[in-house]
Design a protein around this ligand. Structure first.
Ligand SMILES: [Zn+2]
Length: 293
């Protein structure tokens, strides 16, 4: 069968540096630093590394590591891949700014089914709101001309939903407690699935049932697609947020019958096994792990 997901449009922007800042609401937000340069990249070819890095951050949360360590790991993840794009991932459509209100998918962060658009944007612009005006379904967004990087990003993503370009602005930030929850969800799902098959013979029925329930709680939205005339007519899958891309790539990896994602028998980190009998993530872990046995 043809590769259904051969064509994707998932380009994403990352700044070279990010910082944690505490806002007036008492929450810590991750934002780009003032002078960091931005680059645009395609996360799809990096899928395996991206998914493993994301799961490993979730494992730090899972094992209740100190916040300083988790924050350092999330910041480093952002410097490599950018922020998750929660602002475009939570509404029912990434084109939410074109509607009267922002309508939200079921999510663990916001209880309301819909929110006034400006009130919703405020959740992601904790220090300085973008120059954005809204009346009914009409909206107007002026990108600050002083910051050439931002203007270039807005230009690059001009044919995509406006909220996607807005999430690449320097004043856009994501809350620490929300990020933590998202990463934890991936790690929890992976660990449940991994242990379910790996330790099946030694686990009792209640634990196995718990893992099945854990997996059933994980849900995702399929990316949307559009058609393009290339060498022939193709389906192009649109990922309007890095979060959606990770969630989707993670689900594909987890459900692949030859899924080689494992937990290292020594350090406990997730890794992609090169061979089906590999038990360790690195040469170092293998020698340390074998010594202990
Ligand atoms: Zn290891």
């Amino acid at each position: 069968m043809m590769n259904l997901f051969e064509h994707t449009s998932a380009h994403w922007a990352r700044y070279a540096d990010y910082q944690w800042r505490k806002a007036a609401d008492g929450q810590s937000y991750l934002l780009s630093t003032d002078l960091a340069e931005a680059t645009v990249y395609d996360p799809i070819p990096l899928a395996d590394q991206l998914v493993t890095d994301a799961v490993n951050i979730g494992l730090l949360v899972f094992h209740k590591q100190p916040d300083s360590e988790i924050q350092a790991a999330i910041r480093s993840f952002a410097c490599t891949y950018g922020l998750l794009g929660l602002m475009t991932a939570l509404p029912t459509t990434p084109r939410f700014v074109e509607y009267e209100k922002a309508y939200l998918l079921k999510n663990p962060f916001i209880r309301q089914e819909s929110m006034d658009t400006l009130g919703y944007l405020k959740l992601f612009f904790p220090f300085c709101m973008p120059d954005f005006k809204k009346r009914g379904t009409e909206s107007l967004w002026n990108v600050s001309g002083e910051d050439k990087m931002q203007a270039a990003l807005a230009m690059t993503f001009r044919n995509e939903p406006r909220a996607k370009a807005m999430s690449f602005m320097r004043d856009y930030g994501e809350r620490y407690d929300w990020l933590k929850e998202v990463f934890l969800d991936w790690a929890f799902t992976f660990v449940s699935a991994y242990l379910y098959y790996n330790d099946r013979d030694t686990l009792d029925q209640d634990t196995l049932a718990l893992y099945r329930q854990g997996l059933a709680c994980f849900e995702g939205n399929a990316p949307s697609y559009h058609l393009e005339l290339r060498d022939h007519t193709v389906m192009v899958w649109d990922f309007h947020s890095l979060m959606l891309a990770i969630k989707f790539l993670f689900s594909v990896r987890l459900t692949d019958p030859d899924n080689p994602m494992k937990l290292c028998a020594h350090c406990g980190k997730a890794f992609i096994a090169r061979r089906s009998d590999s038990r360790f993530c690195s040469v170092e872990c293998r020698s340390k792990g074998r010594k202990r046995e």
